[in-house]
Design a protein around this ligand. Structure first.
Ligand SMILES: NC(=O)c1ccc[n+]([C@@H]2O[C@H](COP(=O)([O-])OP(=O)(O)OC[C@H]3O[C@@H](n4cnc5c(N)ncnc54)[C@H](OP(=O)(O)O)[C@@H]3O)[C@@H](O)[C@H]2O)c1
Length: 188
């Protein structure tokens, strides 16, 4: 069976410094913004599958029901997750993305990439059709950045731009906290 490649969309909320998590790799309280959570869960409802690293599943009551590509270096070949028949375990060092997608058996639709750092970074090379970057006006100075290399003077927009993405839209998601949602997409 051959399947079409999906539309690929990324979703992240970042601190002023471009961090998605603190130094202890926990999700910081200051990034828990209800308007963003609402936008995020509604966006995942549009997805036909989710891609995430081992510490970044989206949570919520629908998580278990979603088709999933779980990235892990613990497998040497693509396989259905023995703990979850809806998920495929994928080690990108051993198989290309198209094979992982094919193995999932979902016919096109949208794949939501939800992190963490290395997973967001990997999909910059595979190619995002859209990246939704929520910017919180909150400080998390150190920790896990949204993309490898962010921090020390390199911003998330530097990395998105280096990978051929441009800012398409921007809107205030939550006036009370000054949280802004940016949509980035490929040039042209
Ligand atoms: N603010 C946000 O929008 C946002 C988004 C996502 C996550 N987070 C937070 O960020 C933290 C977790 O992020 P994280 O970056 O530390 O972890 P992560 O990407 O969720 O998980 C790391 C694990 O995923 C697997 N993995 C990641 N990249 C891989 C690759 N290229 N190839 C193969 N396997 C790969 C590895 O699993 P194995 O160890 O099994 O090999 C790795 O140990 C959590 O606190 C989470 O809540 C925040």
């Amino acid at each position: 069976m051959s399947t079409k490649r999906p539309r690929i969309e990324g979703f992240a909320i970042v601190s002023l410094e471009g961090m998605i998590a603190g130094s202890d790799s926990s999700f910081p309280e200051v990034l828990k913004i209800p308007a963003d959570q609402e936008f995020y869960q509604a966006s995942l409802d549009r997805a036909s599958a989710v891609a995430n690293g081992r510490h970044s599943a989206e949570g919520g009551p629908k998580e278990a029901a979603r088709r999933r590509i779980l990235l892990t270096r613990r497998v040497q070949r693509l396989m259905v997750d023995p703990n979850n028949p809806k998920a495929v375990l994928w080690n990108p060092a051993t198989a290309p993305f198209d094979e992982a997608w094919q193995r999932l058996g979902v016919d096109d639709g949208m794949l939501a990439v939800v992190g963490g750092t290395d997973v967001f970074g990997l999909f910059l090379s595979i190619g995002y059709d859209a990246f939704f970057l929520t910017r919180a006006q909150a400080s998390v100075p150190r920790g896990r950045p949204v993309f490898p290399g962010v921090g020390k003077g390199t911003t998330p927009e530097d990395v998105l731009t280096q990978h051929g993405l441009v800012l398409r839209k921007s809107r205030v998601l939550d006036p009370a906290t000054g949280t802004v949602l940016e949509e980035w997409g490929p040039k042209g």
